[in-house]
Each structure stands twice: as structure tokens, then as C-alpha cells.
Ligand binder design. Structure first.
Ligand code: PA5
Length: 424
């Protein structure tokens, strides 16, 4: 399902020398005894998830069938990126079936909000607002605007079923608002932090409403949980990746570039950046998570990777089977001199670009390359891959002596902003 290849990683230490440390951190994750242990509910979530709530999601999807053509998903950070990453990876960028899905609440851009308001004027809209804290300002600003749009367009009574809230089970502003308004509610579990919450209602509800097979997605997460709950580095690819990151860090690489060769994986990279950046970047430490989509970015960042300062290594996410291949057509005139590719699949061209680039960057440019091969872009594979990265992230942060599950740095901008906004 998922294969990790460290052939070109240029590691100067043997992975197995980290086994004692990995075993210790493994216990922290398994027994909830490490730093941030209040937030490791995601580790066993693929078996422990709330089955009743899962059924309620499927029932709601059935109940709302045919009643909307546009789904607004209002949230930011961990309450946004996972669902968007899944949707784009699984459905592609221009899906021809299922509702249109528009993400809001992830920006203060008045320009964006006005564009969306105009765009949805004549659409049949429902809205899922997602916030664990229930007080995130970006989400709250957008929610008030889109809530009023819905109430004005359909009336207060109809807004009750058109708006669905995903938030804390017991407390918070959004929770009390939803109670008062009579919205259907779903839960962000106490022991699962935002960026680890894709497998909860945070990700599952919008995905189900958009037509993604969430049973398959959870099956993928469960199989990955079983594969990556093994203590031995030798037998656990998530731990191998976690250790490889620590070794490269020690070798002086301060940035990791997450590389894909499919535009519909760009949001996977954004999700990955949040996962590693927010979990690891603390106390003056951490590898800067950055990303590129090749070959597009070979014509921009490619120069730096090949020939610039040697600060980064690449982690490639390669999907072995993508749908919708195209055969390059023949052209009698051949005015563009492209007939040398006639009859070839465009996927083959992409693969050759990837192989050539790997050799150019790793062999000629001496840039370490980690390869992650995923079978396909199905919901199952998405679930499997997400768990792989979450498990690797927990481990790599513990190995670095960092609590992966808090984000104290994020509060600093909020304090300054609140002061300027005049918030008490
Ligand atoms: O990973 C995290 O914890 C954050 O990115 C949060 O998900 C993000 O700040 C949104 O928070 P909330 O769900 O409370 O609105």
C-alpha cells in the first residue's frame, strides 16, 4: 500500500542505532505517557472512534441527499486542511459529480469572502462550521457572515438543518450557539488535536457530504494503525521515516521539501506542512517544512534545489496509479517537433520527468531524497497515508525532545491581533 524508499536519502547513520530511543517514544505513544499525553487519542482512533457518531454522519448524508448542490466548510488549520487535502486528492480539482465544496473561514481576506458570497448567490447551500475551541477568529468572522446569508436566503427555520456544527462536546461559544439555534452537532474529541483530527467528524462529515467513501477511508487508517504500531524500526516504515528525519537534521539539513508530481496533491502538502511545522517547530528547533509540485516548480524552485544552498532534502510522495491517463496524439504536420512522444501515455512522461529529476537532484546535486510510494489516490489510500504521517510525526518529535501536541507559538500573533482589534 505504502512503500518507503531510503536508497537516495544519503543517511550517514544506521537507523537501527536509534532503536532504544524509538522504543521509549513508542511506549509514550502507545501508553499515553509522553509529553502532551492528553492529546494522543488519534493513536488508537481507527479502532476507538465513536461508532454511533459515524453512523449519524452516514444518516445525515442520506437525509440531506438531493437537498444541496454547494457545501460550505468553515474552519481553519486542523479544522480545514485535512478535509480539503482529502477531497482534492480523491476527487481531483474539477470533479464532475457530487456537490461543489467551498472552504471558508480560513482567511480574513474580505475580497475572498465577497467573491464567495457572490458565487453562491444562486446555489443551494448547506454549511458545516468546524472549530474545536469555538472561538477562532477567522472561522467566527466568516461563520457570522455565511450564517446570516443562509438565514436571509432560507429563513431561520430552514437554516436549522442547513447549518451543521462540529465542535467541543461540552463547552465553547460555538457549542452554545449551536445548542441555542438547534443545529445538528458533531464532536471534536477532547484528546485529539486539530492537525490530528482528520479521522474524526472534523474530516469525516464534510467528506461524507461531498460523496467520499468514509468507510474505506477509516479502513485505510485502521490497516495503517496495525502496520505502524510495531516497535521495531526495521518493520515500521513510519518510524524509519521519523528516524531518517532526525539523522538528516543532525547532518545539517534544516528544511524538508515535500514534493508531489500531481497538482491535486498540493493540499496534501499543505496538510503535511501544518502537521510537521506546528508539531515540531518549537524552542528554536525543527526542520522547516516546505513543498513543491513538480514538474511545475522545477521551472521555479528547481534551480535552488539543484544548485542553491545545501539546506534541504526532498521527500517525494509518488502515487503509482492515477486515473484518467491520456495518450499523446500524433500530428501529421509535427510543427512542434513533439512526434517523438506520439503514442506515449502522459503518465509515462510524468514518470520519466520524476526519474530524471531524482537523478539530477540526488546524484548531480547531492540532495538527499526520501521516496514514499502510495498505490493510488483512493479514500482507502488517503486514510492509510494520513495515519503513516501522523505516526511518523509523533515519533520524530519525541525523538527531537519536543511535545508534538501543543502550539504555544501560534498564540503570540493572536494576542497582538486581539489588542489591535480591541477584543477584551
Ligand atoms: O492543529 C491545531 O490545533 C490548529 O491548527 C487548529 O486546528 C486551528 O487553530 C483551528 O482551531 P479551532 O478548531 O479551535 O478553530
Amino acid at each position: 500500500m505504502l512503500k518507503l524508499d531510503l536508497t537516495n536519502a544519503k543517511l550517514k547513520e544506521d537507523l537501527s542505532t536509534y532503536q532504544t530511543k524509538v522504543s521509549e517514544a513508542h511506549r509514550w505513544l502507545e501508553d499515553k505517557t509522553g509529553a502532551g499525553n492528553d492529546f494522543v487519542g488519534w493513536v488508537k482512533w481507527p479502532v476507538n472512534y465513536d461508532k454511533e457518531e459515524f453512523d449519524r454522519i452516514l444518516k445525515l448524508k442520506e437525509k440531506l441527499k438531493g437537498k444541496y448542490d454547494c457545501l460550505l466548510v468553515c474552519g481553519i488549520g486542523g479544522s480545514y486542511l485535512g478535509a480539503r487535502a482529502a477531497l482534492e486528492m480523491i476527487r481531483g480539482l474539477y470533479p464532475t459529480d457530487g456537490p461543489e465544496v467551498i472552504f471558508v473561514g480560513n482567511t480574513f481576506s474580505n475580497n475572498y469572502i465577497s467573491q464567495v458570497l457572490k458565487h453562491i448567490e444562486n446555489k443551494n447551500v448547506i454549511l458545516n462550521v468546524i472549530s474545536k475551541s469555538g472561538t477562532t477568529t477567522e472561522t467566527s468572522v466568516a461563520f457570522r457572515i455565511f450564517k446570516q446569508f443562509i438565514e436571509k436566503k432560507y429563513g431561520e427555520e430552514e437554516a436549522k438543518w442547513r447549518i451543521i456544527a462540529t465542535t467541543d462536546a461540552h463547552k465553547g461559544t460555538l457549542k452554545s450557539l449551536a445548542d441555542k439555534k438547534g443545529y445538528e452537532e458533531f464532536v471534536v474529541p477532547d484528546d485529539v488535536g486539530g492537525r490530528f483530527s482528520v479521522f474524526t467528524a472534523v474530516g469525516l462529515l464534510p467528506l461524507a457530504l461531498a460523496g467520499v467513501d468514509i468507510k474505506e477511508l477509516m479502513k485505510g487508517s485502521l490497516d495503517a494503525m496495525n502496520a505502524y504500531s510495531i516497535e521495531s524500526i526495521e518493520e515500521n516504515d513510519a518510524y524509519k521515516y521519523a528516524v531518517a528525519r532526525r539523522i538528516l537534521d543532525k547532518q545539517g539539513y534544516t528544511a524538508e521539501m515535500f514534493v508531489t508530481y500531481e497538482l491535486q496533491l498540493t493540499m496534501i502538502a499543505e496538510w503535511w506542512k501544518q502537521l510537521f511545522g506546528e508539531s515540531e517547530g518549537k524552542g528554536g528547533n525543527g526542520i522547516l517544512p516546505t513543498s513543491a509540485c513538480f514538474s511545475t516548480d522545477l521551472h521555479s524552485l528547481g534551480q535552488f534545489v539543484q544548485d542553491g544552498r545545501k539546506v534541504l532534502y526532498e521527500t517525494l510522495l509518488l502515487i503509482d496509479e492515477m486515473p484518467n491517463d491520456i495518450v499523446f496524439p500524433d500530428d501529421d504536420e509535427n510543427l512542434d517537433n513533439m512526434n517523438y512522444l506520439t503514442g506515449k501515455n502522459v503518465s509515462w512522461v510524468n514518470k520519466m520527468a520524476q526519474q530524471g529529476t531524482l537523478s539530477a537532484h540526488a546524484d548531480d546535486g547531492n540532495v538527499p531524497n526520501i521516496e514514499i510510494h502510495l498505490k493510488d489516490n483512493s479514500a482507502y489510500s488517503f486514510g492509510y497515508m494520513i495515519y503513516f504521517f501522523m505516526r511518523a510525526c509523533g515519533m520524530t518529535c519525541y525523538l527531537a525532545g519536543v511535545n508534538p501536541f501543543n502550539q504555544p507559538g501560534v498564540e503570540v500573533y493572536k494576542k497582538k491581533m486581539f489588542k489591535l482589534l480591541g477584543k477584551e
